[in-house]
Design a binder for this molecule. Structure first.
Ligand code: URA
Length: 229
């Protein structure tokens, strides 16, 4: 990380105040005064500002098993936000990386590293998101090829990106999407003449919900964090 960003993240200084403090010779890296704001900070080396060691708070990367009845926003009045499921001290500044509907269950990713969460939510992201979908009616015979070829959703002019559909039974499927449009699974199933009665997100890229109990959360491992590219 650049020294000016490191100092701003670690103290109450703004980025420009941090630059001034660096140029004034108030900052040392590994005991040596460093006046170049762009210099690189190795995480293993101590940075001091006015003689006191400083370090940025540890970034948070979390996975949460969302139950139905919670929303992925803080502006809803009717339903509580998913962040209510986290300890109060952990909620501040967290970004929810991709929304699930109120009635959808499963994996929600949260973090306070905006560049990292953006990799999951940016429009061009093709990271696969796998859903277990329960349907009201038996699925049409050509559903696999229609999902693979792309489906033109109502009110849109571009078909969906190729998606993989695997049948578990007539009324239960696994569907992996490589984009994130509004209510996408429900609208794709509606285009196939069906209705979603249960929707659960099992995985995002290499992150797998596994046996994390509903309503519980955990920190991501270093490998999981690095897997989101
Ligand atoms: N697609 C939907 O329709 N709803 C969700 O919550 C997620 C994907």
């Amino acid at each position: 990380m650049r020294l000016d960003k490191y100092l701003a993240d670690s103290t109450t200084l703004t980025r420009s105040q941090a630059r001034k403090a660096i140029m004034a010779g108030d900052v040392t890296i590994g005991g040596e005064v460093q006046t170049n704001a762009a210099s690189h900070v190795d995480p293993s080396v101590t940075v001091c500002w006015q003689g006191r060691p400083v370090s940025p708070p540890k970034a948070r990367y979390l996975m949460l098993h969302k139950p139905a009845g919670y929303v992925c926003s803080n502006t809803e009045d009717t339903w509580p936000p998913v962040t209510d499921l986290l300890p109060a001290g952990l909620r501040e500044g967290l970004i929810i990386a991709g929304r699930l509907d109120q009635d959808t269950t499963g994996m929600v990713i949260l973090g306070d590293d905006g560049q990292w969460t953006h990799r999951l939510t940016r429009p061009g992201s093709t990271i696969g998101k796998r859903y277990r979908v329960t349907l009201a009616e038996p699925l049409v015979a050509d559903a696999e090829s229609r999902c693979r070829d792309g489906i033109l959703l109502q009110g849109e002019n571009k078909p969906t990106r190729p998606a993989e559909l695997t049948r578990i039974s007539d009324t239960e499927v696994l569907l992996t999407l490589h984009e994130g449009r509004y209510h996408q699974v429900k609208r794709m199933m509606a285009a196939l003449g069906n209705k979603v009665v249960g929707l659960h997100r099992e995985s995002v890229g290499q992150l797998v919900l596994g046996d994390l109990p509903e309503g519980q959360w955990r920190e991501l491992t270093a490998e999981e964090i690095a897997s989101i590219k």
